[in-house]
Design a protein around this ligand. Structure first.
Ligand code: ATP
Ligand code: MG
Ligand code: MG
Length: 550
């Protein structure tokens, strides 16, 4: 196991354990089931579950399901799958904020009884006006001084469904003059007749996020409640609520900076837009920065975890280069993906002196450093496919691939020489006629050096495969960073190219999600859903070299 990178949250934990403030740590990952998780969530998962692992603590998976209209069972299931796929397991049962609805209601009653919460009749517009601005203090609502009895009665009737949606709210009585707007009597309950994925139609009032979150944390005995920086301003409210009700403990909220990645967006709302507008094939489209998308593309959980480790945890905002993520994936696949040959832009080569029974095949290992991966026969035949790019009629200086009259080695096979170029009526090269040197199987040619080695497949043995080549989804490094322009304006229209290619016969037997290196081309993964023995489909996970540098 790799050693963790020290960061400020680990230092806080080290200290809390050293001073005996805590005997063990308890963290949680609290997604809202309103979309699929993205790479930013992966950072938070690796942080929360990773800390629990490192410190032999526990990490809960808790769904923050307080917005019934936007939430679904599909999303909740996909989120659980993602956490497990990344290699983590939550402590005990999955938790749901909705499990605490009754308790949350009782705490609200406790706050009303203490004179710390009141029912308000202001309309949303009026409430906004009363709230004030950053430079202007807010004003007290005319309903702020209702008696405790009246508030208790109205709140019970809100729950009983006596009032229309939006007609009343329950608010905390904190301070309308606070410089922190979050403390200007925040709403903690709203009336909303919406069907909830877990509680059905039982409730017509729903608690707000800020109120729900801190109490859920406290009820679960969370020691360190880690969230992203935009919640820094909410921390006083988090603490205020817990300071004024009878909860078993008071977790510490600690903020860290969000992960942003160049050339993509990390916001569920924007990713949902891509899906609903049909700009991608779904949440698990391999171009999506979702965990489902990365998985389908062939990214490994280990690579993503290494990425999270490498980018670290801090409070400074920064946008990470896609090359860092791809580098982690490439490094991980290098040592573990079997290597095979496929030709994605085929050019026919006829080996004119091929001799049945004389021209021999060799077997080759699937990985130079892993003999245990086994080996296979690499069959040769009179007709083979090579990559169009590997031939140039008028080669640039330093060319080591094939050219008319030149020689090149076929990987794991013979040295061949190009004797003739065949063109169609339009002048396109359609075939090369080459001779092979029968004396070069597994040995160097006599009296000359042949530097170039190219990949190829036997036309007779190869299987047709569909290959999906992916490019960045956006043409701009920060598609959502433009004030007057919508991120959708920066969609890359060429982010997917589908080609018909040829691969070694073994590719027919590849199980879905098996990853390979196609030699000289990149890492590819058998598609999780579309790949079949009769119709193999491979997604390009990542190229062999960094293609992001400008
Ligand atoms: P989005 O804005 O994409 O909807 P969210 O924060 O609303 O994200 P949640 O489901 O509430 O989504 O997130 C669950 C957890 O993941 C939260 O603790 C949140 O702070 C964390 N998280 C979300 N996005 C990122 C990110 N880009 N980087 C790091 N952590 C993130
Ligand atoms: Mg959220
Ligand atoms: Mg959100």
């Amino acid at each position: 196991p790799v050693s963790p990178v020290q960061h400020f949250i680990r230092s806080i934990i080290d200290n809390d354990l050293a001073t005996g403030k805590h005997q063990a740590i308890q963290t949680r990952f609290p997604p809202e089931p309103n979309g699929y998780l993205h790479v930013g969530h992966a950072k938070s998962i690796c942080l929360n579950f990773g800390l629990a692992e490192d410190y032999q603590g526990r990490c809960n998976l808790r769904f923050d399901d307080t917005n019934p209209e936007k939430e679904s069972e599909e999303y909740a299931l996909a989120i659980q799958e993602d956490v497990q796929w990344l290699g983590f397991q939550w402590a005990g049962e999955v938790r749901w904020a909705s499990d605490y609805f009754e308790k949350l209601y009782e705490f609200a009653v406790e706050l009303i009884k203490k004179g710390l919460a009141y029912v308000d009749d202001l309309t949303p517009e009026a409430m906004r006006e009363y709230r004030g601005t950053l430079t202007e203090k807010g004003k007290n609502s005319p309903y702020r001084e209702r008696s405790i009895e009246e508030n208790l009665d109205l709140f019970a009737r809100m729950r009983a469904g006596e009032f229309a949606d939006g007609a009343k709210t329950l608010r905390l009585k904190i301070d309308m003059a606070s410089p922190n707007i979050n403390l200007r009597d925040p709403v903690i309950y709203r009336i909303r007749r919406a069907h909830h994925i877990r509680t059905g139609d039982k409730w017509v009032i729903y608690p707000m996020y800020d109120y729900t979150h801190c109490i859920s944390d406290a009820l679960e005995g969370i020691t360190h409640s880690l969230c992203t920086l935009e919640f820094e301003d909410h921390r006083p409210l988090y603490d205020w609520v817990l300071d004024h009700i009878s909860v078993p403990c008071h977790p510490q909220q600690i903020e860290f900076s969000r992960l942003e990645l160049h050339y993509t967006v990390t916001s569920k709302r924007k990713l949902l837009q891509l899906v609903t507008q049909g700009l991608v094939a779904g949440w698990d489209d391999p171009r999506m920065p979702t965990i489902h998308g990365m998985r389908r593309r062939g990214y490994t959980p280990e690579g993503i975890r290494e990425f999270a480790r490498r980018i670290g945890i801090s409070k400074s905002e920064n946008v990470v280069d896609m090359a860092v993520l791809e580098g982690c994936i490439r490094e991980d696949l290098e040592g573990r993906a079997p290597r095979v040959m496929a030709v994605i832009r085929p050019l026919k080569v006829t080996l004119t002196n091929f001799q049945e029974g004389v021209t021999a095949s060799r077997s080759a290992g699937f990985h130079p450093n892993h003999p245990e991966f086994g080996e296979r026969e690499v069959p040769i035949a009179k007709e083979i496919w090579i990559e169009q790019d590997d031939f140039a009629e008028t080669p640039p200086a330093g060319w080591q691939r094939l050219t008319l009259g030149g020689e090149v080695r076929l990987r794991y096979s013979y040295v061949i020489k190009c004797d003739e170029v065949v063109k169609d009526a339009a002048g396109n090269i359609v075939e090369l006629r080459c001779s092979l040197d029968h004396d070069t199987l597994g040995k160097n040619p006599v009296g000359r050096k042949v530097k170039g080695v190219i990949h190829w497949v036997s036309a007779e043995h190869a299987v047709p495969i569909e290959v999906r080549l992916y490019d960045r989804l956006f043409t701009d490094p920060e598609p959502d960073g433009h004030k007057d322009r919508d991120f959708l304006e920066f969609i890359n229209p060429h982010s997917l190219e589908t080609v018909q290619a040829w691969a070694e016969p073994a590719m027919r037997e590849a199980p879905p999600e098996q990853r390979y290196q196609f030699e000289r081309l990149g890492y590819f993964c058998a598609d999780r859903f579309d790949h079949r023995p009769e119709r193999p489909v491979f997604n390009r996970t990542v190229t062999l070299k960094d293609s992001w540098a400008k």
